[in-house]
Design a protein around this ligand. Structure first.
Ligand code: SF4
Ligand code: SF4
Length: 111
């Protein structure tokens, strides 16, 4: 694959690959973000604003979570969150299989 210019098609292929491999892009220098559920008011503003090429935030009904493997740390969500409850997550842990299954179902439904 050529390096350099990134197209939107490349970007969405990148997200699909990250979901398929369940791994984070090693090129990303910034750590992912995490949502502090005890402070979050589940307004979904971050879900709507996370750039589609990342699509890292999911509303699970009872809480809203960031999938660290999909989060570049960009950090648009931090700027739009009305209650400032999104933090840098240097010590992130891999997403569990149940959540990945949910992510895969969502990706299939929107593609
Ligand atoms: S930091 Fe960027 S990529 Fe990560 S969840 Fe927030 S908006 Fe999405
Ligand atoms: S924008 Fe902030 S308060 Fe709203 S759902 Fe996202 S993390 Fe929670």
């Amino acid at each position: 694959m050529p390096w350099g210019k990134t197209t939107s098609a490349d970007a969405s292929a990148g997200r699909a690959e990250r979901i398929a491999t369940r791994s984070r892009n090693e090129v990303w220098k910034k750590p992912p973000r995490r949502i502090e559920s005890s402070e979050c008011i589940t307004c979904d503003t971050c879900v709507r604003n996370c750039p589609p090429e990342f699509g890292a935030i999911f509303d699970r009904g009872l809480d809203v979570v960031i999938i660290p493997e999909l989060c570049s740390g960009c950090p648009v969500c931090v700027m739009v969150c009305p209650v400032d409850c999104i933090y840098v997550d240097e010590d992130w842990t891999p997403t569990d299989n149940d959540m990945w299954n949910h992510v895969e179902l969502t990706a299939e439904g929107t593609s």
